[in-house]
Design a protein around this ligand. Structure first.
Ligand SMILES: [Zn+2]
Length: 256
C-alpha cells in the first residue's frame, strides 16, 4: 500500500503537469468540497494541534482573529465606518485531479458510503522526490497503484504535497485502497508525501496535515478515537515512526 514508488511509474518530466494553482478550484467541481479549503481563520485551530510533537512551527495564520478596539472617541463621536475586512487567504491550496493529469477511475471499486474514520499514511519514498513536482509525484503514485497494482485508482483520497498543498486523489464516493481489505470501509485515506520514519514533514507540509485532518474530522463528525495511523491496522512502518508519534500528540491535544 504505502511502498516505494519506482521511477518507471513517474511521468515524463513536463511543465504540463505543473499545475496552475487555483485556490477556489474545489468549489467548482464538487458540491461536497467546500470544507477542504478552510480559510485560515474559519475556525481557530488550537496551536497545540499543530505544535504537537514539534517545537518550532509558528501558526500565526491560524490564530483566532483579534477583536478590534472601539475607535469611539472620548467625546462620543460617531465611530468611523470600518473598512471591509479583507478575506483571509486559504490555509492551503487544493489541486483537483485535472491539475495533476489523473487517469480515470476504473470499474473495480466499491462505494464509500458514510465516512466514519480517517487514516493517515505516508507515501514512503517516491522516486524523484526533490526533483519532480508534487503533481508528477502524485501522478507516479497513481500509475503504480492503478496500472502496476491493478487497482481502480490511486489508493488515497487525498495526498498532502511537499509544497504544503492538498492533491485530490480517489473520489470521495469511492472506497479507498489504503488500509487493507475491510479496513478500507468508510475510511478516508490521507497520505503525506515523504518518508517520515526518522523525521517530521517540513513545517508547511505538517501545518497542512494538521489543518486538513482537523477539517476532515469536523466535516465527517469523526471522533478523535477513529483517527488512526496505517500501522494501527497492520504491521507496517506507515505513516513513519516520527509522523505516527506526532499523530498521537495531535490526538491527545484534540481530546484534552
Ligand atoms: Zn500507509
Amino acid at each position: 500500500m504505502c511502498e516505494r514508488i519506482p521511477a518507471d511509474c513517474l511521468p515524463e518530466p513536463s511543465g504540463d503537469l505543473r499545475p496552475e494553482v487555483r485556490p477556489d478550484a474545489a468549489s467548482h467541481e464538487s458540491p461536497d468540497a467546500a470544507w477542504v479549503i478552510p480559510q485560515a481563520d474559519v475556525w481557530p485551530l488550537d496551536r497545540r494541534m499543530v505544535l504537537a510533537g514539534m517545537g518550532s512551527l509558528l501558526l500565526t495564520a491560524c490564530a483566532p482573529a483579534r477583536r478590534s478596539r472601539s475607535r469611539t472617541s472620548a467625546a462620543g463621536a460617531a465611530r468611523p465606518p470600518s473598512r471591509p475586512r479583507r478575506p483571509a487567504p486559504p490555509a492551503y491550496r487544493v489541486l483537483r485531479r485535472t491539475a495533476w493529469g489523473a487517469e480515470a477511475l476504473k470499474p473495480n471499486h466499491d462505494p464509500m458510503d458514510q465516512v466514519t474514520r480517517v487514516t493517515l499514511h505516508h507515501t514512503a519514498e517516491v522516486a524523484g522526490m526533490g526533483t519532480r513536482t508534487d503533481a508528477e509525484l502524485v501522478k507516479g503514485i497513481q500509475n503504480f497503484h492503478r496500472n502496476t497494482r491493478g487497482w481502480a485508482d490511486i489508493g488515497y483520497h487525498w495526498i498532502i504535497g511537499l509544497d504544503g498543498n492538498v492533491y485530490e486523489g480517489r473520489a470521495l464516493h469511492v472506497q479507498g485502497a489504503h488500509a487493507g481489505g475491510g479496513n478500507n470501509k468508510h475510511n478516508l485515506g490521507i497520505s503525506v508525501i515523504g518518508d517520515f520514519t526518522n523525521g517530521l514533514p517540513a513545517s508547511k507540509q505538517l501545518r497542512t496535515t494538521a489543518l486538513f485532518l482537523e477539517a476532515s474530522l469536523r466535516h465527517y463528525k469523526v471522533p478523535t478515537s477513529e483517527l488512526r495511523g496505517h500501522r494501527d491496522f497492520k504491521a507496517t512502518e506507515c505513516p513513519g515512526s516520527a509522523l505516527y508519534a506526532w499523530l498521537e500528540s495531535f490526538k491527545r491535544s484534540r481530546a484534552s
